[in-house]
Design a protein around this ligand. Structure first.
Ligand code: PMP
Length: 396
C-alpha cells in the first residue's frame, strides 16, 4: 500500500495556495505559505479599505479601527486569551525581547531555559542581563521536566520554553511546566511559534503567564506577531518603546501611559498585518486545529516510517512530534541534501535552525528538516523519499 492510500487525512486545500503549484513545500516551520483568503484580505485592506486606525474621525478610519481591533479579538481568542491582554508585535522575536527587557520578578536575575530553544528565546535574556540555567533533554528530544523540577528555584524570574520545538517537533507538557514555575514563584513564558499553527491552545487551561507567536508561521503575513500576558503582569511593566498611541498625558516634565495593550504599541501599528493575521486565523479555525493537528501527525508518522526505510538516514526527535521531522543522511552535509532536493522541486530547510546549542546536544553541525502544513500531502513525502534516493545515488 502506498503512502497516499494509507494517508486518509487529506485536507484538500492545496489549490488555495498559489505559491506551491508544482512544488513540494516542506518548509512551513520556517514560514507558512499563504492561502488565497489571506492574500485577498491583505489586498482589500490596502486596496479598498485602507486608512489609519484609532485617530481618524472619518468613517473609513473608524471601520479600519474596528477591523484592527477585531483582529486583536481573534488573535487573543485563538489561544483562549482576552483582547486587552494581547499586544501586537513584529513577531515572536520582538515579543520575547519585550518581556526580557521589561518583565521583572523582584530581584531575581536568573532564567531557566531548555537546551532546545530557538536563539530568540536565548539571546534576549542575555541582552537583558539574566544568567541562564539550561534544562537538558530526554533521550527522545523532549524538555526534561523532571530535571526542570529539580533545577527550578527561587532565583529564577521566569521559565521560558518552546511549546513545540522548531527542530524536533517535540510538544511540551506545558501545564506541568507552569506548575513547576509557580511552585518556586517564577512565571512561565511559552514560545508558541510552532505550536500556534498546529495545536489548539488555551492559555488559561495551560496556566502560563506569557504566550508568544508569529503571524507568518500561521498562514498570515510577516511583520505581525502576538504577545499575550496576564493583565496584572503587563500593566506592572514599564513601556518598551515610547511614542504616539501609548500615552495618557504628555508634558515635557512627565508622561503617563495607557494600560495594555496600547501601553506597548507605540506608533502606527501594522494595520494590514493584523487584518491579514485575522484572515489567517479564520482560515485555520475553519479547518479546525484538531483536524490540522491530526493531519500533520499522520504526515509525520508516514514521513518517519518512509525515511526510516532508507539506509543511512538518521531521524531526530520523538515519534509523536508536531508537524516537523528533522533528519540527516550519513556522510552528506544537510546543505547538500537541501540543494539536491531543491533540484527535484522539494524545499526543505537545512542548517542549525537558529538552535545552535541544540545542534551541540545532537552532536551534529546541522540537520535537514521537513515540516508540514495544511496543504501537505502524500505526494510531498513521496517526492522527499525520491529525492533522498537521488542524494544517496550521488553520494553513494
Ligand atoms: N521560536 C521558534 C520556536 C521559532 O520557530 C521561531 C521562528 N523560526 C522563532 C521563535 C522566531 O520567530 P520570528 O522570527 O517569527 O520572530
Amino acid at each position: 500500500m502506498n503512502i497516499a492510500t494509507r494517508l486518509n487525512s487529506a485536507l484538500s486545500v492545496r489549490d488555495q495556495f498559489p505559491a506551491i503549484a508544482g512544488w513540494h513545500y516542506l518548509d512551513s516551520a520556517a514560514t507558512a505559505q499563504k492561502p488565497q483568503a489571506v492574500i485577498d484580505a491583505i489586498t482589500n485592506a490596502y486596496g479598498r479599505d485602507y486608512a489609519t486606525v484609532h485617530r481618524g474621525v472619518y468613517e473609513r478610519s473608524a471601520a479600519m479601527t474596528q477591523s484592527f481591533e477585531a483582529a486583536r479579538d481573534a488573535a487573543a481568542a485563538l489561544i483562549g486569551g482576552q483582547a486587552d491582554e494581547l499586544i501586537f508585535t513584529r513577531g515572536a522575536t520582538e515579543a520575547i525581547n519585550l518581556i526580557a527587557a521589561r518583565f521583572a520578578n523582584g530581584m531575581r536575575k536568573r532564567v531557566l531555559l531548555s537546551a532546545l530553544e530557538h536563539h530568540s528565546n536565548i539571546v534576549p535574556w542575555q541582552l537583558a542581563g539574566y544568567a541562564i540555567d539550561v534544562v537538558p533533554l530526554t533521550d527522545d528530544g523532549r524538555i526534561d521536566l523532571d530535571a526542570a523540577e529539580r533545577m527550578a528555584n527561587e532565583s529564577h524570574a521566569i521559565l521560558s520554553f518552546a511549546h513545540v520545538s522548531n527542530v524536533l517537533g517535540s510538544i511540551l507538557d506545558a501545564k506541568r511546566a507552569a506548575a513547576i514555575a509557580h511552585k518556586v514563584g517564577a512565571k512561565l513564558l511559552l514560545d508558541g511559534c510552532q505550536a500556534a499553527p498546529r495545536l489548539k491552545i488555551d492559555v488559561v487551561d495551560l496556566d502560563c503567564d506569557f504566550y508568544v507567536y508569529s503571524g507568518h508561521k500561521l498562514y498570515g503575513p510577516t511583520g505581525i506577531g502576538c504577545l499575550w500576558g496576564r493583565s496584572e503582569l503587563l500593566n506592572a511593566m514599564t513601556p518598551y518603546q515610547g511614542g504616539g498611541a501609548m500615552i495618557d498625558q504628555v508634558t515635557f516634565e512627565k508622561t503617563s501611559f495607557l494600560d495594555a495593550p496600547a501601553r506597548f504599541e507605540a506608533g502606527t501599528p501594522h494595520i494590514v498585518g493584523a487584518i491579514g493575521l485575522h484572515a489567517a486565523i479564520d482560515w485555520t479555525q475553519d479547518i479546525g486545529l484538531d483536524a490540522l493537528h491530526a493531519h500533520e501527525t499522520a504526515l509525520v508518522g508516514e514521513c518517519r516510517a518512509a525515511l526510516r526505510s532508507i539506509p543511512g538516514v538518521t531521524l531526530f526527535g520523538p515519534e509523536d512530534s508536531a508537524g516537523i521531522v528533522s533528519f540527516g543522511v550519513d556522510g552528506v552535509h544537510p546543505h547538500d541534501i537541501g540543494t539536491i532536493l531543491d533540484d527535484e522541486r522539494v524545499a526543505v530547510r537545512a542548517g542549525h535552525h537558529c538552535a545552535q546549542p541544540l545542534m551541540e546536544v545532537l552532536g551534529v553541525p546541522a540537520t535537514a528538516r521537513a515540516s508540514f502544513a495544511a496543504h501537505s500531502d502524500a505526494s510531498d513525502i513521496e517526492a522527499l523519499v525520491q529525492g533522498l534516493h537521488t542524494v544517496k545515488r550521488i553520494f553513494g
